[in-house]
Design a protein around this ligand. Structure first.
Ligand code: ACO
Length: 433
């Protein structure tokens, strides 16, 4: 019996409503947590509910059964009914979501060109946000198989219809092409010639020795970490596949098909046979009116917390330095994005303060690190190293205080070695900087 038939039937017990708030246990050990019912489904004689847990990111949304519900409470009014039910840290900046196919900046540009009135923009944004909420509320693909890894997905991704409803997808770790069936995937792997990303190699460095934790997880030690610059307009299919894959782990703020205006910087682990598998990437608008040097950044879940996120961020800032510019990531940042950027900025700014001779200004720091002024001020404020004096922000710091902060924040981070970065700005960028 389908969900619709079950709802119409007089014989099936009445289910909980979508929008209702209930309490249940998140995982076998977690405390009782309140959650909102996002969707329901009748299957094999029981109701299942797709729920969002209060105070968590949407990647933890999951299906629960009637038995998992401890207490059910009345629906939380109109807000719940219209889908605006999620609270807490997990929903950082969701209201800022722009377009499903373009970044917010691109959409704003398009609105300007088309003379959309500001009231209209709000309505347009709200309508898009609502559409996004509705169409992505339930995760579609649950698991992907990619090379030696089986990876649980986090969010909805708009794969073409005939793939979007598969529970499991097979994804080539080199071409990123996707398959419904293992047989097709295996024969693709057997025939594919290019065992790495397309584009121009811009970085190659010996991989650091893996931690014991990674070894225990069954990860293999790569020989090198490599990075490629891939142009969205010349490797369209690869970049589209990359965006669809990334969307499985990024809630908001991504593009899927209109990849021409972007460059993609792909990080790979290279093994002893020279095969380069995707570990992460960041994208960047070829021309960003907002001064963004990163549009989206992702490290594949199996490679997270190995320092690759900060390595990619450092790569982005090194490229921005070579362009003679400053940059900032596109907002909103996800919760994990916020942790990573804040940690990177702290580390880099403290290093720069330590080695700077004489009085240091925010402008000096920006020139040295390519970090945008606002991000420098916010980071120094969080460290209590900046004062507002006579209408200006003034860095207030002694070598002793910097050393204390460096001790507290000491990390052995992976960094991009500028001497191994072969990227050079195109002549026109260098001239205009
Ligand atoms: N919990 C707590 N801290 C974390 C976590 C976590 N799950 N993940 C990373 N961190 C912290 C690390 O401790 C580290 O800080 P530290 O050096 O001060 O200890 C810092 O974040 C970066 O760690 P890395 O190992 O370099 O980061 P990682 O390789 O895990 O990649 C990234 C970070 C890219 C954000 C990754 O978590 C990811 O891909 N997340 C999903 C997609 C996403 O949210 N992207 C950012 C969106 S915002 C934007 O695109 C502009």
């Amino acid at each position: 019996m389908s969900t619709e038939e079950a709802l119409a039937s007089g014989t099936v017990e009445h289910p909980l409503e979508v929008g209702a708030r209930v309490t249940c246990q998140r995982g076998s050990t977690a405390a009782l947590t309140e959650c909102d019912i996002i969707e329901r489904e009748y299957n094999d004689g029981t109701w299942r509910y797709y729920v969002h847990f209060d105070g968590t990111d949407r990647r933890l949304d999951s299906w629960i059964t009637e038995d998992d519900v401890i207490v059910d409470q009345p629906a939380a009014g109109a807000a719940a009914a219209n889908g605006a039910t999620h609270g807490g840290v997990g929903r950082l900046g969701s209201s800022e979501f722009g377009s499903r196919r373009a970044t917010r900046n691109m959409k704003r540009k398009s609105n300007e060109i088309n003379h959309v009135a500001s009231a209209g923009i709000n309505t347009y944004d709200e309508a898009l946000e609502k559409e996004h909420e509705e169409s992505t509320k339930v995760k579609n693909i649950q698991v992907i198989e990619m090379g030696r890894y089986e990876i649980d997905t986090w969010y909805f991704s708009p794969y073409p219809d005939s793939f979007a409803h598969q529970t499991r997808l097979f994804i080539c770790p080199f071409s990123l092409k996707y398959f419904k069936r293992r047989t097709a995937y295996v024969s693709h792997l057997a025939t594919i010639e290019r065992r790495g990303p397309p584009g121009k190699k811009i970085y190659s460095a010996p991989a650091p020795t893996m931690s014991d934790g990674c070894k225990k997880m069954g990860l293999s030690q790569p020989s090198n970490l490599t990075s490629y610059e891939v142009d969205g307009s010349s490797a369209k299919v690869y970049c589209q596949c990359l965006c669809l894959l990334a969307k499985l782990f990024l809630d908001h703020k991504t593009l899927y098909y209109d990849v021409d205006p972007f460059l993609f910087y792909v990080l790979c682990e290279e093994d002893e046979h020279g095969e380069e598998t995707l570990a992460g990437y960041f994208s960047k608008e070829k021309s960003s009116s907002e001064g963004n040097n990163i549009a989206c950044i992702l490290v594949m879940p199996q490679h997270q917390r190995k320092g690759y996120g900060k390595l990619l961020i450092d790569l982005a800032y090194n490229i921005t330095l070579r362009e003679g510019k400053v940059g900032s990531p596109e907002k909103p940042l996800s919760d994990l994005g916020q942790l990573s950027f804040r940690s990177y900025w702290t580390e880099v700014l403290l290093d720069a303060l330590r080695s700077h001779k004489g009085n240091c200004t925010i402008r000096d720091l920006a020139a040295r690190t390519a970090i945008q002024t606002e991000d420098i001020i916010a980071t120094l404020q969080s460290l209590n190293l900046i004062k507002f004096w006579k209408g200006q922000h003034v860095i207030s710091v002694s070598p002793k205080i910097v050393d204390e902060h460096l001790r507290t924040n000491a990390r052995a981070s992976l960094r991009c070695d500028p001497e191994l970065l072969t990227w050079q700005p195109p002549a026109s960028t260098a001239d205009s900087a």
